[in-house]
Design a binder for this molecule. Structure first.
Ligand code: AMP
Ligand code: MN
Ligand code: MN
Ligand code: MN
Length: 285
């Protein structure tokens, strides 16, 4: 099902495969009308995406996906409708970039102990000017035939507890949400079903998120099934959150997640785009 809103996508500014301009073109071709670019811990792709959107007749919503630490766990908070040049936000994201480089260097050292040479340099080259992520390491491992697929690279080397995994202290949860709000944005909990939280911890998270100023939850993700959507819609209602829809598109090479291909938001959930003043009652399916 194609949807005219996609509020969660990645470009080469972080670990996406397409440049911001090419991402916008693909979104347009897939029928997306309102696109948020939400790269990991950076807004560097937004100027290019906005210029492409202006040429293509779709609306670019400036966004970011901030990595935060909540109770020793890494979570992702999507911010939409932000000022991508807001100085406190930029300063904090610059510090995360330094953190990511130091982490990547340590990942390279750990992988070297497992006989994998040159992973930091290789991943850095793949990242180019973009924010370096584990995805770049996964691609390096596949390119060098250490693993046959990206998924296996995470399963064998990069996932939590594996040899190349480096425990990282990301931005503080409240600080990350506060930065999004200070930059004029709306904070959304990204892919809530992906964190493997018990029901009790999920409720704790949702309560903490609301207390910190969070306003929305991603109810529909690119890989959501009906149960995921039902569960998140219930949480949205119970905690008074708006609902977002976002594919988390990264690459045309992973066709099971396509930009704009999203199930509709349930009627019981108030869409987050209302908070942004976007005059859409429902998603055109
Ligand atoms: P990082 O923020 O550097 O820890 O990298 C996280 C990124 O790695 C996520 O945004 C995903 O794009 C990707 N990722 C994480 N786990 C997996 C997985 N199991 N398979 C494929 N990609 C993954
Ligand atoms: Mn990613
Ligand atoms: Mn994420
Ligand atoms: Mn994402």
């Amino acid at each position: 099902m194609t949807c005219c809103v996609d509020f969660h996508t990645h470009s080469t500014a972080s670990d996406g495969q397409l440049s911001p301009a090419d991402l916008v073109l693909r979104a347009r071709d897939k029928g997306v009308r309102y696109l948020a670019l939400t790269d990991h811990d950076t807004t560097a792709g937004i100027a290019e995406a906005r210029a492409a959107a202006d040429r293509s007749g779709l609306d670019l919503i400036p966004g970011v996906e901030v990595s935060v630490t909540w109770e020793n766990q890494c979570l992702h908070i999507v911010g939409v409708g932000i000022d991508p040049q807001h100085p406190p936000l930029i300063a904090a994201l610059d510090s995360v970039q330094q953190l990511r480089i130091a982490r990547a260097s340590e990942m390279g050292r750990r992988l070297e102990k497992k006989g994998i040479i040159g992973a930091f340099e290789g991943a850095s080259e793949l990242a180019g000017k973009g924010m370096i992520t584990r995805t770049h390491f996964a691609k390096y491992l596949v390119n060098r035939n250490h693993c046959s697929t990206i998924q296996k690279a995470f399963d064998q080397y990069l996932g939590r507890g594996k040899a190349g995994f480096v425990q990282t202290r990301w931005l503080d949860f409240d600080q990350g949400i506060g930065l999004i709000m200070a930059a004029g944005g709306t904070a959304i909990i990204a892919h809530p079903r992906r964190y493997d939280l018990t029901a009790t911890r999920m409720r704790k998270l949702l309560g903490d998120f609301r207390a910190a100023g969070g306003r929305a939850i991603e109810v529909v993700c690119g890989n959501s099934n009906r149960e995921d959507i039902r569960d998140s819609a219930r949480h949205a209602q119970e905690f008074g959150f708006l609902g977002s829809v976002g594919s988390d598109f990264h690459s045309p090479d992973a066709p099971w997640i396509e930009i704009g291909r999203l199930k509709p938001l349930p009627d019981s959930v108030e869409p987050v785009w209302k908070a942004l003043g976007i005059p859409l009652n429902s998603v055109v399916a």
